[in-house]
Structure formats: C-alpha cells, structure tokens
Design a protein around this ligand. Structure first.
Ligand SMILES: Cc1cc2nc3c(=O)[nH]c(=O)nc-3n(C[C@H](O)[C@H](O)[C@H](O)COP(=O)(O)OP(=O)(O)OC[C@H]3O[C@@H](n4cnc5c(N)ncnc54)[C@H](O)[C@@H]3O)c2cc1C
Length: 396
C-alpha cells in the first residue's frame, strides 16, 4: 500500500496552507482534492478581506494559494476520500483511487451553505445571491437587500448588514423569529430593518444580477415583488465531515471538535478550516487553522519517527523518561546524559511531556523520572531515578 507522511484532505485555503507549512517543515505531503483546488472561494467574484491582497476574485486567490503550495513541491492528486480508517496502529485513507497509509492526516474538507433551491438562485451566486454577510455585506453600500431565514444567524447578520445597506428586509416563513430574544429585540428596534412575515421566496429575478424577489405569502398565497440588489440566505450551513463521521469527536450536526493544536480526538488526525466547530468561517481563519494543524502534524510525525527508531524498533534498549516541565527532572536528565557519556553508553533521553501519548501508551506516566528497559517496544523493567545518588547506583 502507498505510504505517506502527511495526507491532507481538501485543497481549500485550510488544506493548501497546511501543505505550504508541511512542506516547509520538510514533510512528504500529499494533498487530495475531489474537485478544483481553491475550495469555496472558487464560487465568489470578489474577496477583499484577505490581508495583503486588497481585491481578487475567489478563483484568482485560490490559484495563488495553489501556486504557492506547488512552489514548495506539494503533490496534488485528484481523488475523493471515502473514509479514514484506523487499522491496528495505522491510519488508512480510503479514496476512490485506492488506499493510502498516512503517518498523519489533516481533514480540511470545508463546509457548504444550504441553498434555498428556488429558481434564479444557483446562477446568481456571487451576483447578488450571498450566504455570508461578513464576506459580501460591504458590496451593498446604500443598497436595499433582503435576508432569508428566521434563526439567530439571519437576525444577527441582518442587523450587521444595516452597517452598509440602506434597508434590510428579513423574509421569514413564520410570524415570529426563532432567534434569541435579545437578538430579535435589537433587530426589530433597528429602523433599517423591516420583517416580511409569513413569506417565502418563490423566484429570484434580474438581468444577470439580483434585481427582484418574487414572494409568496404562505397564509394568503398572495404573490408580490420585492425589488432588492442582493439577497442573503441564512438557511443553514453543514460540514463535509462524511469521511471521518463517527471516527472523530464532533459537535451537533457534525462540526469537528479540535483543541488549540487542531488535534481531533484521534491521535495523528488533525482538522482545520470550515469543517471545525468554530465561530468565524473565513479564508483567514481557515488558513490559520491549516498552519497550526500542519505544525502539530509535523511535531507528531517527528515524534513518531524518532520514537520508533530510538525505542520501539531496537531489539532491546534502555531509555530515560522525564518530564521537562519539572525543573528537577530536567536537571536529572542532564546528569543521566553526562553519566551515560562517561560510561560510554548511549541512552535515549525521552521528554515525556512532549511525547505524552507514547508515555501513556507504555504505561509510564505515573512512574517518572525513570530508566526504562524496553524489549521490541515493550516495557520490561522500570527503575525510578529520583536523585543524583540514584543515578550513581544505576550507573555503577
Ligand atoms: C460564495 C462565498 C463567498 C465567500 N466569500 C468570502 C470572503 O469574501 N472572504 C472570506 O474570508 N471568506 C469567504 N467565504 C468563506 C471561505 O470561502 C471559507 O471560509 C473558506 O474557503 C474555508 O476554507 P476551507 O479550506 O476550510 O474549506 P473549503 O474552501 O470548503 O475547501 C474544502 C475543500 O475540500 C474538498 N473536499 C471536501 N470533501 C472532500 C473529500 N471527501 N475528498 C476530497 N476532497 C474533499 C472540497 O472539494 C473543497 O475544495 C465565502 C464563501 C462562499 C461560499
């Protein structure tokens, strides 16, 4: 089976940034993408909040990311990842083009906005139809826009859009919002906001861009026109989490949970970008997550390689395990190193704090600092070494 150090799933801003950081850290990186590199930004006409680039189309920015990753010799491959599996201690990435064993995996599969599904929507995405107020609100300075939805996102984003738009209609199929009371009160007291109750969007019209919404009142069936320059859909967002669903810990609706190092609940599997359970889903936050995930993956891979060659693969070896965050243990580790050198013996010195997972796996966490005798990766004997006199005893 093909074996790789770092396999990244998804070539959006998170995945491509992870690839740049991974390659610069000297890793062998394979980036798997089922569609075109760039991710969601490929569907937007204008990005003006990626620092350093005042204005670019989404595909232009996506291409810059791709070129940057290629400059560092990232290997891109078109493949759809069906699932990630754990087989014994290995991580297997199952794709529609075969299986790959990975030392570490970064899941950067992104998310998608649920569409309303009415006629005129799909062809006007980026031409007045938007799913993100932070991304596109500023393009509607002094224009009349509409928001569709009745939950917290719709009400809060509607309020946010009044910073730019001259008027914001909030179209909701019921006669009251589902959002929190505070958010509703704030929105309803905003003079620029006008709710349109009991109504659904039947059709989006316009010559290229959005010019008019055809509405239907669900109570009276009356059809009316609402001229607007833009419409923001807030009918939900979902993660592309299928390939790791049930494997890693996730919040409601599948958003992946990670710690600040972008580690998922499964050792060696990291996640980054919009697929995460997080507050702000943007290019800049996805890229940041990707960088962190790659550096964590790099540390993890180096740890695995170093541990394998120094303590797991040799027939038999004696290593010193200590906690570097404990000053006394850190001093002892220097003394052990000196004593071993004086005796002409090579002893791997393992920082249990940095190699926490391996220390736990070997069952050593509560027995440190200690000299540990290992045979073919299994612990044979643990000798506590608490002081310099203990060192003298074991090195006689
Ligand atoms: C219309 C629109 C406008 C936007 N405007 C802005 C803006 O102006 N500014 C801004 O900062 N953000 C904007 N965003 C948000 C921004 O695009 C996202 O936050 C960002 O792209 C997230 O990056 P990501 O890498 O996490 O995920 P994505 O960009 O979603 O990339 C994930 C990639 O993974 C691939 N993938 C998924 N599953 C698999 C699988 N199983 N196997 C292989 N590949 C897989 C997908 O094909 C995709 O290419 C906009 C989004 C949209 C939709």
């Amino acid at each position: 089976m093909e074996k790789r150090e770092l396999v990244i799933i998804g070539a959006g801003p998170a995945g491509m940034t992870a690839a740049i950081y991974g390659r610069r850290a000297g890793l062998d990186v394979l980036l798997l993408e089922r569609g075109a590199a760039g991710g969601q930004i490929n569907t937007t006409e204008e990005i003006e909040n990626w620092p350093g680039v005042q204005r670019a189309t989404g595909p232009e920015l996506g291409n810059m990311f791709r070129e940057h990753a290629l400059k560092f010799k990232t290997e891109f491959r078109t493949a759809e990842v069906k699932k990630v599996e754990l087989r014994e201690d290995s991580k297997i990435v199952v794709t529609n083009k075969g299986e790959i064993e990975a030392e570490a995996v970064i899941v950067a599969t992104g998310a998608y906005f649920r569409r309303l599904g009415c006629p005129g929507e799909a062809e006007r995405v980026g031409q007045g139809v938007s799913y993100c107020a932070v991304c596109d609100g500023a393009f509607f300075e002094d224009e009349v826009v509409a928001v569709v939805g009745g939950g917290n996102t719709a009400v809060e984003e509607g309020d946010y859009l009044t910073k730019f738009a001259s008027k914001v209609y909030i179209i909701h199929r019921r006669d009251e919002f589902r959002a929190d009371r505070a958010a509703v009160e704030r929105a309803l007291s905003n003079p620029k906001i006008e709710p349109v109750w009991n109504s659904v969007v039947e059709k989006i019209e316009g010559d290229g861009t959005v010019e008019n919404l055809v509405l239907r009142n669900v109570k009276t069936n009356e059809v009316s026109n609402l001229p607007v320059a833009g419409v923001f859909m807030f009918v939900g967002q979902s993660p592309y989490d299928e390939c790791v669903r049930g494997l890693v810990k996730a919040a409601k609706d599948g958003w992946i949970i990670v710690n600040e190092g972008m580690e998922t609940s499964v050792e060696g599997i990291f996640a980054a970008g919009d697929v995460l359970n997080k507050h702000l889903r943007q290019v800049v936050t996805a890229a940041s997550d990707g960088a962190v995930a790659a550096m964590s993956a790099s540390a993890y891979i180096n740890e695995q390689i170093h541990l394998r060659s120094s303590i797991l693969e040799p027939e038999s070896v004696t290593a010193f395990f200590y906690q570097s965050i404990d000053a006394a243990q850190a001093r002892l580790s220097n003394e052990v190193e000196k004593a071993a050198k004086a005796k002409g013996i090579k002893i791997p010195i393992i920082d249990a704090y940095k190699n926490n997972r391996m220390t736990e796996k070997l069952g050593l966490s509560s027995q440190l600092p200690a000299l540990v005798q290992l045979h073919r990766g299994g612990v044979e004997k643990v000798t506590r070494v608490d002081s310099e006199s203990d060192i003298a005893k074991v090195f006689i």
